[in-house]
Design a protein around this ligand. Structure first.
Ligand code: ADP
Length: 303
């Protein structure tokens, strides 16, 4: 299996600060790979280096078989980019935004025009072809930005937080559209701080914190290897007192903020202990990537 993206021992410093620290990951052709981490972890900087927009201080990068930044222009011909913030032209219509973008890739007007119906269909925006961008909802704008990134029929899509700021319904539609791209054989790289997004979409991911990789693998494998059991979240009382009481009944416990996390192979004894206790709320759920992050860093990913 070949790699569409190779990122080896890459470093980026701003002044005294190392914001990407000897980061290594590979994205296989045809997979969806996630860069997961809290705000400030270095995700956007990593994408900028991959696209040749920011220069690394050390390490090697290849995108679609081209060395970056030396051959970034060539690699960009095979790449679609979805930036974190939509930069559509508000004065143009939906169709015009697609056509104008085609020119950036040197597409002839007739070729760009031929692409538009398929892209509108992909974005579920056929009925909005002549609407101005300013009339679109946030979800529609995101879908248009995604469709626009496909104008050059790229092999790989690089997306910075593709669903940040969207409501759950709009987010689900983007996920469904991204899955359709995977079915068409595209390679996807996305950054996110949404666990659910990473768990649902990504074949593999790496979790980064303060510029460093702290875990890498398939979501379910990471959850199994790092956590390997279920979780009961308890809140509504002093977490320290709860921990003293419940630790003997759990495989492991962890406090984050006001919540006690009990990692359990058998939820029965803790559920029985907490049942009916006034003022306490508790939630029994499968382990997730947030638990992996908490385990590895001692804090929650989302503040
Ligand atoms: P993320 O995308 O994970 O939120 P970023 O890559 O945007 O993280 O930022 C990583 C760190 O690098 C942050 O602390 C940010 O303040 C810093 N940073 C990003 N760009 C610059 C820059 N141009 N100059 C100085 N510091 C920067």
């Amino acid at each position: 299996m070949s790699n569409t993206i190779e990122f080896c021992e890459v470093e980026k410093r701003y002044g005294e600060r190392t914001v990407v620290d000897r980061l290594t990951f590979h994205v296989r052709t045809g997979e969806c790979f996630g860069l997961l981490g809290p705000n400030g972890a270095g995700k956007t900087t990593t994408l900028k280096m991959l696209l040749g927009i920011a220069e690394p201080d050390a390490g090697t990068i290849a995108l679609c078989g081209k060395a970056i930044p030396a051959h970034a222009r060539l690699a960009r011909q095979r790449t679609g980019v979805v930036p974190q913030f939509d930069n559509l032209d508000p004065d143009f219509t939906v169709s015009e935004n697609l056509l104008v973008f085609g020119r950036y890739f040197g597409l002839s007007t007739s070729k760009a025009r031929a692409m538009v119906p398929g892209l509108l269909e992909f974005a579920r925006l056929e009925h909005k072809a002549d609407a101005r961008v300013s009339e679109l909802s946030g979800g529609m704008k995101r879908r248009l930005t995604l469709a626009r990134s496909l104008i050059n029929d790229p092999d790989v899509l690089i997306m910075d937080e593709p669903t940040t700021g969207l409501d759950p319904q709009a987010r689900h539609l983007i996920w469904e559209r991204l899955r359709s791209l995977l079915a068409r054989g595209k390679t996807l790289l996305l950054t996110t701080h949404f666990m659910e997004e990473a768990e649902r979409l990504c074949d593999r991911l790496c979790i980064i914190d303060e510029g460093r990789k702290i875990a890498e693998g398939a979501p379910d494998e990471l959850i199994e290897s790092e956590i390997g059991c279920e979780v009961i979240e308890v809140y509504g009382a002093s977490p320290a007192a709860l921990r003293d009481e419940l630790t003997p009944l759990a495989a492991r416990t962890e406090i984050s903020g006001e919540t006690l996390f009990c990692y359990v192979n058998d939820a029965g004894p803790i559920n029985a202990r907490l049942e009916g206790r006034p003022g306490l709320r508790y939630l029994h759920r499968p382990a997730n990537l947030e638990d992996v992050f908490l385990r590895l860093t001692g804090r929650e990913m989302q503040d």
